[in-house]
Write a protein that binds this ligand. Structure first.
Ligand SMILES: C[S@@+](CC[C@H](N)C(=O)[O-])C[C@H]1O[C@@H](n2cnc3c(N)ncnc32)[C@H](O)[C@@H]1O
Length: 186
C-alpha cells in the first residue's frame, strides 16, 4: 500500500477512536505546513520551538528543515498511534514529548499548534492558551496555529493580537493565525 494511504489510514483510525482529540481525517497538506513555516523569521539562531499536536510529524519535518542547527524543537503529542512515526524522525534537535500540551512550561521563542481547540474540552483549550500566552509574554515570541473555522477568534482575542490567512489547498481549507500576546508587538 502506498505510504501516503498508510498515513491517511492512521489518521482515520485515530479519528474513529478519538474524534475530538484528533480533529481531522487526514494530515495537513504541504501547502498548509509551508504557510505556517512562512510566519516565522528563521534567520534567528538558537530558537526554542514547540509544536503542539504533532500527529505523525508532518509539520515537525518542515519545522526541522527551517530551523538553524543550534535550535531545538519539542513536539507534544498524546496519541500513542503516532509515537512510532515521531520516534523515527532522526534529528538530534527534536525532543518528542509524549505528554499533553497542558504541561507546556518551558521558555519557548515560538509555539506552533495543530491542536483542534474547538473540539477539545474548553477547560483544556483555555489552559493551553493561557500557558502559551504566559510563556510568550516572557520570551517576546509568537504563536502560529491553524483552525478549520473562524470560531476560535473570540477566544484567541482574549489573549492575543492576531493576523489571519486562508489556505485553500488543504482538506478542509484552513485559517493560519499568527498571534502575539496582547500588548506585545513583534
Ligand atoms: C489535527 S491533528 C494534527 C496532526 C498533524 N500535526 C497535522 O498537522 O496533520 C491534532 C493532533 O493533536 C493531538 N492532540 C490532541 N490533544 C492534545 C494535547 N492535549 N496535547 C498534545 N497533543 C494533542 C492529537 O492526538 C492529534 O495528533
Amino acid at each position: 500500500m502506498p505510504q501516503h494511504y498508510k498515513k491517511h489510514l492512521k489518521y482515520l483510525n485515530g479519528f474513529i477512536q478519538s474524534p475530538r482529540s484528533i480533529g481531522t481525517l487526514i494530515p495537513s497538506s504541504p501547502t498548509l505546513c509551508k504557510a505556517m513555516i512562512a510566519e516565522m523569521d528563521w534567520q534567528q539562531a538558537d530558537l526554542k520551538v514547540a509544536e503542539l499536536g504533532a500527529g505523525d510529524g508532518v509539520l515537525t519535518k518542515h519545522l526541522l528543515k527551517a530551523m538553524s542547527e543550534d535550535s531545538k524543537l519539542c513536539a507534544y503529542e498524546i496519541n500513542p498511534l503516532f509515537f512510532e512515526d515521531l520516534d523515527h524522525i532522526d534529528d538530534a534537535r527534536l525532543h518528542v514529548c509524549k505528554i499533553s500540551a497542558e504541561k507546556l512550561d518551558q521558555p519557548f521563542n515560538v509555539i506552533f499548534s495543530c491542536l483542534p481547540f474547538l473540539s477539545l474540552p474548553l477547560r483544556v483549550s483555555l489552559k493551553i492558551l493561557q500557558s502559551v500566552m504566559k510563556i510568550l509574554q516572557k520570551t517576546g515570541g509568537c504563536f502560529v496555529l491553524f483552525q478549520y473555522t473562524q470560531k476560535m477568534e473570540r477566544v484567541l482575542s482574549r489573549y492575543f493580537d492576531w493576523e489571519r490567512k486562508l489556505v485553500m489547498k488543504n482538506f478542509p481549507p484552513a485559517y493560519v493565525y499568527r498571534c502575539t500576546p496582547k500588548g506585545i508587538s513583534s
